[in-house]
Design a protein around this ligand. Sequence first.
Ligand code: XMP
Length: 327
Amino acid sequence: SWTPDSIIQQAVEQIRARVGGRRVLSAVSGGVDSSVATALVHKAIGNQLTGVFVDHGLLRLNEREQVEAAFRRNLGVNLIVVDAEEQFLSKLSGVTDPEEKRRIIGETFIRTFEAEARKLGEMDFLVQGTIYPDVVESSGPDRSKAQKIKSHHNVGGLPPDLKFELIEPLRYLFKDEVRAVGEALGLPAELVWRQPFPGPGLAVRCLGELTRERLDRLRRADAIFTGELEQAGLLGKKAAGVEKVISQAFVALLPVRSVGVMGDCRTYEEAVALRAVTTDDFMTADWARLPYDLLGRVANRIVNEVKGINRVVYDVTSKPPATIEWE
Ligand code: XMP
């Protein structure tokens, strides 16, 4: 039977034997799989590994700092953080169509990553956070259909225009095994127990135009909602093993303004939708029956603490017919 330590030991031996003295590149997204894969390869070959993390300005609150702390400070990984917010937001300026946003982000991401990789010189291997369900799913019948609905962009699935051999150390592991390995490697719980986050980031949750101000509003509202869920034990590590656990929860900023009243004054500000779902496979999903008290508290806090939002609604559609994300 497997234990995290036996998996790690075996992977470390295999990676060392394969890589020898050569150099390895890893695209770190902050997601669970790419993080654990990177930490595992680092354990095997140390400074022969370089991680590249592209900050596209579409990350959640404190996400970049968490990734930097986890890899640089805790694990001592040689991590390059590319500050590309300006570049992404200027390319996305005025764009509101969901597929157009996805296309621009995917393309800009590959360009940015390639430019960074080139600066580093000759690299022989690229780390990919492919896990066992990805291997099975990509040969399954539903894959092509799912991809037609939205053009998914995934940092792990990056096909750079450079020649690499792939290292996929999680290829035979399920998600719970990946998390156990991540914890054993010393990655922080907030990273290991993180909910899935789409490659295009907050762009597909910020409906309408992407401005720094609107993204900031969304980030702050999202942190309030997910923070309250975590505190209630409904999301994150504390929620693991609980029946009907919330699989994904976030805030979407809507492209509408509505009238409200604050004190004696009329307001005319933006609205957000809260989204929380339960699902086994993300192909279908049910909306989470969250406690009313929690919903009320979150709504109050968002309207009081985040300037520019005066209305909060809860999304009660399942998938299908809605999708989990709003774009
Ligand atoms: P939908 O919105 O299609 O989302 O019901 C299903 C799951 O996929 C995630 N998602 C993405 N993940 N790149 C990703 O890596 C993407 O472009 C992308 N779009 C959606 C979504 O968060 C949910 O978990």
